[in-house]
Write a protein that binds this ligand. Structure first.
Ligand code: ADP
Ligand code: MG
Length: 458
């Protein structure tokens, strides 16, 4: 029995070593590292996975690789089965609890800031496939990227990736560039954003170097232009890009674009360019599904070498839904706060921090929504919020609105006063100070504001 156990362990270890080379690091850690062989029966290997989602995912995505890796090690293996094993704990529970201490937050923020500027016109080695999580939300774009890397310039040309902000377009484009560079040191690669391209074009016109500018672009083997939606209305840029595109395309050079919307939705775009964009492969990236959000969080935690409870991870993944950048932002916020407090945060504390700080979803909250939410909460007619009445049942809701506008939305006092029935800015200051004090001293008010925030931001 014991020797069988060791044997199974060894087979699986070798299999994982094989798989590690085929699959990105992030996906490997997320989906495969935490698996084992439960048993083998009549040539069938039963692979244990931590939950039913992993079971489906690993089976659909990686079974082919797993079977061939297993057979390399033991050719008598016929097939695989996947079973949910309670012996396997999810990754985050397994790692012993490390105190939540972000490392070098300030420095890394500065780094990121610097990188942001550097990404504008060159490849940034930070973006690789190693830490790129693939889920159903970006599967098509990822598969297209892989196909382009295998056969640049032939399979999908151009490749047009589109989707909303923070969904990984830049990451994917940069990762393609980095990989092609890695595969072929000599290949000439250009990464730029449309804005940068347009600006350079304008200065080349001013400096009488437009010929050099255009010729320069025609020598690339791979041209990547990010955020192409800014072509909208730029007639001259569209014209020059069209010629550069044709010249590269005829020579079978790969061209890749990203956009926050489909070619059809880019306004004021010449028809001939639109049809070029649509003539290759178009792949969209949508919002990450819950499971992908969990996988992304876990992968980011691994790279930061930090542990969070499953409950906390689930909470973040069910609160932050829009995009990957916001997930990263939430994680950084949480780490910074726990560093400040010098301890791990409870889920309750986390909720409070999120409620106060989630600027992202707040962007979508309108003034009218705040009025309506608070009006509904206190069951008062909205008009009383704006009118002059000093009755207590109207004053408190009005002050809470002013407080939230200031605290959560950074609104100026004159703005707040004006919006709330043309009041003086000192009224807004008074309201803000009063509610700030109440929150500290009056449990009921604190609780009510928490509930209002839950309604507003959930
Ligand atoms: P976009 O260009 O679509 O606005 P970015 O590529 O800038 O988005 O991505 C935002 C952030 O999220 C980046 O830090 C990026 O590394 C990260 N990110 C996006 N998609 C993924 C993914 N699938 N796996 C891991 N990290 C991702
Ligand atoms: Mg981008």
């Amino acid at each position: 029995m014991d020797t069988q156990q060791t044997e199974k362990g060894q087979i699986w270890e070798k299999t994982l070593n094989e798989l590690e080379m085929l699959i990105s690091k992030a996906n490997f850690v997320t989906w495969l590292k935490n698996t084992n062989i439960e048993k083998t029966e009549n040539g069938i290997v039963f692979i244990g996975v931590p939950n039913s989602f992993s079971k489906e995912w690993v089976k659909n995505k990686y079974n082919k690789f797993i079977i061939s890796a297993l057979r390399k090690i033991d050719p008598s293996i016929k097939d695989t089965e996947y079973i949910v094993s309670n012996k396997i704990k999810p990754i985050c529970e397994k790692i012993s609890t490390i105190k939540l201490m972000p490392q070098k937050t300030e420095e890394s923020q500065q780094m990121e800031f610097k990188e942001f500027h550097e990404t504008k016109e060159s490849l940034n080695p930070r973006y690789t496939f190693n830490d790129f999580i693939v889920g159903s939300f970006n599967e098509l774009a990822h598969a297209a990227a892989v196909a382009v890397i295998k056969n640049p310039g032939t399979t999908y040309n151009p490749l047009f990736i589109y989707g909303g902000v923070g969904l990984g377009k830049t990451h994917l484009l940069q990762a393609i560039g980095n990989k092609i560079k890695e595969d072929n040191e000599k290949s000439q690669i250009k990464y730029t954003t449309l804005e940068k391209f347009a600006n350079m074009l304008i200065s080349s016109i001013q400096n009488n170097t437009i010929h050099e500018f255009k010729e320069g672009y025609k020598k690339y083997d791979l041209l990547i232009i990010d955020d192409i939606q800014f072509l909208s209305g730029k007639t001259k840029t569209q014209e020059e890009l069209f010629h550069i595109f044709n010249s590269l395309y005829e020579k079978n050079k790969q061209i890749i674009f990203s956009s926050d919307r489909s070619p059809k939705s880019i306004l004021d775009l010449e028809e001939r360019l639109r049809s070029r964009f649509e003539g290759g492969m178009m792949a969209d990236i949508s919002e990450p599904e819950y499971e992908a959000r969990i996988a992304i969080l876990k992968s980011k935690l691994q790279t930061k070498d930090i542990d969070l409870s499953e409950e906390t991870i689930n909470y973040i993944a069910s609160t932050i839904k829009n995009n990957v950048r916001e997930l990263e932002g939430a994680l950084n916020l949480l780490l910074a706060q726990s560093k400040l407090l010098g301890k791990n945060l409870s889920t309750q504390e986390l909720k409070e921090i999120f409620n106060k700080n989630i600027i992202y979803s707040k962007k979508k909250i309108t003034f009218n929504k705040i009025i309506k939410t608070i009006g509904d909460f206190y069951e008062i007619e909205e008009r009383f919020i704006f009118e002059k009445s000093r009755r207590k049942e109207y004053v408190l809701p009005r002050q809470i609105i002013m407080y939230l506008l200031r605290e959560d939305f950074n609104a100026s006092y004159p703005y707040i006063g004006k919006k709330l029935g043309g009041r003086d800015h000192t009224t807004a200051i008074h309201a803000y100070e009063k509610i700030s004090k109440d929150i500290k001293n009056n449990y009921q008010i604190k609780d009510e504001i928490q509930k209002i925030r839950d309604c507003l931001y959930k």
